[in-house]
Design a protein around this ligand. Sequence first.
Ligand SMILES: [Zn+2]
Length: 303
Amino acid sequence: MKSSFCNLFVVSLFMLLLACETKKTQGGKLKIVTTTGMIADGVKNIVGNHAEVISLMGAGVDPHLYKATQGDIQKLTEADIIVYNGLHLEGKMADVLHKLAKKKTVIAVADGIASSKFRKLSATTMDPHIWFSAVLWKDAMTFTATKIAAKDTLNAKEYRSNTEKYLKALDELNLWVHAEISQIPQNQKIMITAHDAFGYFGDEYGIHVRGLQGISTVTEFGLKDITDLVSYIVAKKVKAVFVESSVPTRSIDAVVVGCKAKGHEVKIGGTLYADAMGADGTPEGTYIGMVKSNVAKIVHGLK
Ligand SMILES: [Zn+2]
């Protein structure tokens, strides 16, 4: 009798510890901290009301250059789960994320994508901008959902059904983007942007993409990059170039001026959401909304 009571006590204590481990926040909600807004939006779709989701990087923030603040470190330390992009997108947070991964569930969404699908830039560097192919993003979100469900098994069933719904929405988005981009004449399917964020977008939707800066904004662009790009735009008679919400506009401004000097009028086709979404509470403050906003500007600028 005594021993079964003891067993029960030990089991209860164990359950309590488990509960503390996964339900640390007030109101018993799981606390999930993400790096980018795109990831936060996906995770919110997966978890519904069962977790508090906090994104460290808001609208207009460049993840390549972002350093974790003291406040961020606290949020990361308090989190039950951390979700980040991976492939060195958050280059300056690598150490912090690596250290935390030893203590808690840290998910890199890129781990959900088969490595054969990555755009290889060199033997060791992969293009991190995976969210711009809705097809790859589906893989990334499916993987993330599985990991979250494994950590919070009580709500796993609901996470699965939420995820199915979200994947359907991403499927619809993918078809819509294909249909929209197909309206651009073949010889105008050239997309010039501030940095090389749209490689996966170009591969999936059949548009040639060229950025003034390389794959990361860490490397500054030089005069030669501008003159090369200007010659290309003039030769191809490109109608519009695009600025990005998370990169200063001076780079693309210099290209427009350069084209004008060569007698080719190229307009700025608008501001694209590349590495960050729009403001919270606006349609562009969601992943699907940001993609739709970009595509509308691209089609309008190049058609
Ligand atoms: Zn980028």
